[in-house]
Design a protein around this ligand. Structure first.
Ligand SMILES: NC(=O)c1ccc[n+]([C@@H]2O[C@H](COP(=O)([O-])OP(=O)(O)OC[C@H]3O[C@@H](n4cnc5c(N)ncnc54)[C@H](OP(=O)(O)O)[C@@H]3O)[C@@H](O)[C@H]2O)c1
Length: 295
């Protein structure tokens, strides 16, 4: 049976927009700084969830937060307040109303030394952002065991102009030249439409507990960009750029990055009969859409 309405806290972000679009009238969607007509303004640092129209809402998907690791590290006080305190307030208030929650956590709850992580592996977040997600996970596990926690790998789309990984590389590659990508940063990148399927499946089946929401295979950023270049070449429209391998440590960040944060998705695949698409398929889809737009 389909759940009633689904509240999306943080619907104006990359994942939330895709979710809200799929749900249509069944979404109760919020924005904070990027207004969307017909959606509801909600600033978690100022508003309680009782300011939202919760009639008929059976499920909530919690996406809101400061999602920029450097920004979280730069102002730990403010980011702790939003990413821990305010998120927990919302989760508690939703739980007390009997609304089933699914919380978006991250692959960077791990230190990236091993890779291929399963849900029972101990967390060891290097980044403040990851530590904040761990704090929420621990609270939910202790107080709201019926909630689902999805640890998301890096999410990308295949719509030119969406600002995600493939689009960013495509724009750079059109200008030509050598493009540096990390050969030592490995993630189970996952397509945003597959993420939407998983979130909606979680609501439909009232999933509870921890799940790793990653794509079908670990891939380095370098290999992913090379797959995009190959897809354009195969379609007879090669891009005038070359991929050059480097280290994730070559990019300036406030905190050192974990290297291999790949996730084993077997539990989610089994429990949801969920089948995320491959990078090869995604790159081919991107090329088709980009050529359609370019004429
Ligand atoms: N995208 C990924 O690759 C990825 C990977 C792992 C985990 N995740 C997790 O998945 C979730 C969604 O990711 P995303 O990429 O869609 O994030 P995003 O694009 O950065 O969107 C963040 C959302 O949070 C809202 N928000 C920010 N401050 C708020 C506040 N004070 N009160 C209420 N809402 C606030 C934003 O609203 P406005 O924009 O309107 O201000 C926006 O809707 C996040 O929790 C993220 O940590 C994402």
């Amino acid at each position: 049976m389909s759940p009633d309405k689904i509240l999306i806290l943080g619907a104006s972000g990359f994942i939330g927009r895709a979710l809200a679009q799929r749900l249509g009238e069944r979404a109760v969607a919020t924005w904070n700084s990027r207004a969307v007509p017909g959606w509801h303004h909600f600033d978690a640092t100022r508003n309680g969830i009782d300011t939202l129209p919760l009639n008929g809402v059976s499920h909530a998907i919690i996406l809101l937060g400061n999602t920029n690791p450097d920004s979280c590290a730069r102002d730990r006080h403010a980011s702790d307040r939003l990413n821990i305190e305010c998120v927990l307030q919302a989760c508690d208030a939703l739980g007390q109303r009997g609304i089933h929650c699914t919380f978006a956590s991250t692959e960077v709850v791990f230190d990236g030394k091993a890779g291929g992580y399963v849900e029972t592996d101990p967390t060891a977040a290097m980044l403040v952002y990851g530590q904040q997600k761990v704090a929420v996970e621990q609270h939910l596990t202790a107080h709201w065991p019926q909630a689902a926690i999805f640890r998301l790998a890096k999410v990308y789309g295949t719509s030119p102009g969406d600002g995600s990984l493939l689009d960013g590389w495509y724009r750079q590659a059109q200008a030509g030249g050598a493009i540096r990508c990390a050969a030592d940063f490995i993630s189970s990148v996952v397509h945003v439409d597959d993420v939407v399927d998983a979130f909606l499946g979680a609501c439909q089946r009232n999933l509870s507990g921890l799940y790793h929401l990653g794509g079908p295979a670990p891939v380095s950023r370098l290999a992913m960009f090379q797959a995009l270049l190959e897809a354009f070449a195969k379609a007879g429209t090669p891009l005038p750029a070359q991929a050059v391998g480097c280290s994730i440590d070559d990019f300036p960040t406030l905190e050192g990055r974990p290297k291999d944060v790949s996730l084993n998705n077997t539990k989610l695949v089994t429990d949801l009969s969920w089948s995320p698409r491959s990078i090869g398929q995604a790159c081919a889809d991107f090329v088709t859409l980009a050529r359609g737009i370019g004429g």
